[in-house]
Design a protein around this ligand. Structure first.
Ligand SMILES: Cc1cc2nc3c(=O)[nH]c(=O)nc-3n(C[C@H](O)[C@H](O)[C@H](O)COP(=O)(O)O)c2cc1C
Length: 360
């Protein structure tokens, strides 16, 4: 256990989860102090470099959408050793989200249940944050993506068009279990129409974040959404969002489970997704990644990168660096020259989606 887990987390966890999150964001806004504390984190081992969807990632360990919904501290988060970050999810108009309480810690499982329901500052405020961060985001050469969602196709398109120029790529979130209106985009035909429209306007890589497959009906849906994404030649998939569960302690009575209980499903879904879409499309494994071993298992299952959120809450600011170090140690132990070689993947050998060569 690191210093955060031993000394700071017991204090932070005395706060209600959303207050603890606000405190973390306050800390991440103290940029000078943060830079001073993390200057050495930026030296990620060059063997961890990954190419996917036409982007260059200095490490495959990404921060999942939902931690920095306003996109206001993405630069500080990148300084923690993440190979990339996903800001948002941002919606076109500001919205308060669901009633509180809406986040629950399951400390024994090191898991969370959330039913936030997309509290968003709206796309104009997010764009203003991204504009402020512009120089700082591109400087370290680490991609910053933004997750967008909408209740209508027009909202999705407007939000995508407004934010895409300010980031390196966009992730479409069609998979929140907590927002009823969004589920319409889990209809394969509706998703196909949305993706065709976004493809017509996009200039940068496009990722789709899928809902998880955790029972037979959701598995059928997962497979049909994979086929739509393949047919529409998106750049990549994020597999997957939280798993819907009952949660009587939350105002909504239910929410999305995240953290280690998701890992087995994540690995299975990544394997299935890779088998369905072939080698040309990027896959980001998301759900339950907490250690270098988890990350390597996901890469071996067919992922190009991993994303995490709950592990940051439980392990604190050194989590990405710890996973990076663990992966580098495994490279030393196995005598492999690169992560692609260790994971049995072909990065850097030109197996990117052909579309991307024209787009990026
Ligand atoms: C508090 C919280 C807020 C989240 N908000 C979003 C969000 O806005 N958009 C999104 O696509 N996923 C969101 N997620 C889901 C995460 O991005 C991720 O898919 C999920 O937590 C599984 O990864 P993990 O086990 O590493 O946390 C959220 C998760 C949590 C715990």
């Amino acid at each position: 256990m690191g210093a955060y887990e031993t000394f700071l987390r017991p204090l932070v966890f005395t706060l209600e989860p959303e207050r603890a999150q606000a405190l973390a964001e306050w800390g991440l806004r103290r940029r000078r102090l943060w830079r001073f504390l993390t200057w050495h984190y930026d030296r990620t081992d060059p063997r961890l470099r990954v190419q996917a969807a036409g982007l260059d990632f200095p490490s495959p360990v990404g921060l999942a959408a939902g931690y920095d919904k306003q996109c206001s501290v993405l630069d500080s988060l990148l300084a923690l050793g993440f190979g990339y970050v996903v800001g948002g999810t941002v919606l076109k108009d500001p919205r308060p989200g669901n009633p509180k309480p809406r986040v629950l810690r399951l400390t024994r499982e090191r898991a969370l249940v959330n039913a936030l329901g997309f509290p968003s500052v709206g796309m104009e405020a997010a764009a203003a944050s991204l504009e402020r961060l512009r120089g700082r985001l591109s400087a370290p050469g680490k991609p910053a993506l933004v997750s967008v969602a909408g209740l209508t196709q027009e909202d999705f398109l407007e939000c995508h068009a407004r934010l895409e120029p300010l980031v390196d790529g966009v992730e479409l979130n069609i998979s929140s279990p907590n927002t009823r209106g969004l589920r319409v985009f889990q209809e394969p035909e509706t998703l196909a129409r949305l993706l065709a429209a976004v493809n017509a306007q996009r200039r940068k890589p496009l990722f789709v974040k899928l809902p998880p497959s955790h029972d037979p009906p959701s598995h059928d849906l997962f497979l049909s959404l994979l086929r739509v994404c393949k047919a529409q030649a998106v750049s990549g998939l994020t597999v997957a969002n939280t798993r819907p569960v009952e949660a009587p302690a939350l105002a909504m009575g239910r929410g999305g489970l995240s953290g280690p209980p998701l890992l087995a499903d994540t690995l299975r879904m990544v394997t299935e997704a890779r088998a369905e879409v072939g080698q040309g499309m990027a896959i980001n494994a998301c759900g339950g990644i907490a250690t270098a071993e988890d990350a390597l298992r996901a890469l071996r299952a067919g992922a190009d990168t991993v994303q995490l959120l709950t592990a940051l809450v439980y392990q604190g600011p050194s989590v990405a660096r710890r996973i990076n170090r663990g992966l580098a140690r495994m490279l030393d132990e196995t005598g492999r020259a690169s992560l692609g070689e260790m994971a049995g993947r072909g990065w850097g050998r030109g197996d990117r989606n052909d579309r991307e060569a024209d787009l990026v």
